[in-house]
Design a protein around this ligand. Sequence first.
Ligand SMILES: Cc1ncc(COP(=O)(O)O)c(C=O)c1O
Length: 388
Amino acid sequence: MAKIYLDYAATTPLNPNVFKAMLPYLKQDFGNTSSIHSLGQQALGAIDEARAVLADFLGCDAQEIIFTGSATEANNLAVLGTVQAVKNKQPHVITTPIEHHAVLEPCRELEKQGVEVSYLPVDKEGLVTLADVKKALKPNTVLVSIMYANNEVGAIQPIQEIGQLIKKTSPKILFHTDAVQAVNYLDCNVEKLGVDLLTLSAHKIYGPKGVGALFVKNGILIKPLIYGGGQEAGLRSGTENVAGIVGLASAIKEIQNPKHKIQNIRTRQFRDKLIKNILKIIPDAHLNGSLVHRLPNNVNISFRGVEGEAIVIALDQKGIAASTGSACSSKSLEPSHVLLAMGFSEEEAHGSLRITLGRPTTPKDLERLLKVLPPIIQKLRQISGYQL
Ligand SMILES: Cc1ncc(COP(=O)(O)O)c(C=O)c1O
């Protein structure tokens, strides 16, 4: 039985065109960008070209792109690097409780260092409100970090409106967005969004693992996390992952292909049909997150009386890969911090299943899921003694 992969928010397979673009830099074009000889200069040329591709996608200058080893690193650089660079003795940071741990943990680190961090509330749909952002802004606020789209429930935040509000309040407050899950589907023009810093990751967009990037607006003071040879404008020392960076740029070019927009419409249609069918076929199931402000590939549903992990294991035995919350934290059996912040009980937060669709997903894959899921839920409910 062929495996069905429905966990594209965790990671994506490498696009064959991306692989082809990377290959020369893993083989004959292996130079170090810091070398003076032609092999080195060729590698430097390749990452300059990649920088130009990302700049075109984000609508910024090429020198505003900093390549990193992951989006986790880019988020750490954005949060720690900006706050530690400011002269303000009592800096204040605003974020949300539904961020990825790659933002939450650096924020907790700042708190340990005595920085005040405010966590904005989110509503039942996983959305922050402009009124709450406005209320949280203070004269000593130095950074606001709000994700563009959530990795667990797919909730899309009003980043453009928040950006306008922040800049109207004080142009000095920096605005960062973690756009890792948004890049495949949403407009990431940094000027339109009004962001000063934006994070992205290659392996969520059919590129290689171990490469990320941070857009840092010209003129922003930021302290590096890593010191060494001064690569990436001194913000990320270490010999660049040339093949990975070329792969990231190639994955971005694929997104810019007009056929990609049509594919996204198709994905959204698949998503809506799948949600409708699951809720119709399985009783006591409910959709988590907004239906309107939602990523086109995200389905997150809770089933009363059933543990999310048990569903994932049972689906895996049937050859279907899905997830509970975010893959990075799902090894722990903690309830989803995102669902808890959205006001769900611990029990509800434990019972969620995340299905994320991707470019290769077919109607047949979803038909198979719809066939195997109802008996799994029924059986698990029998075991838990749940009465409908
Ligand atoms: C929203 C979000 N931010 C950051 C990350 C971390 O990305 P990376 O794996 O490149 O460190 C992820 C990965 O799950 C994510 O979904």
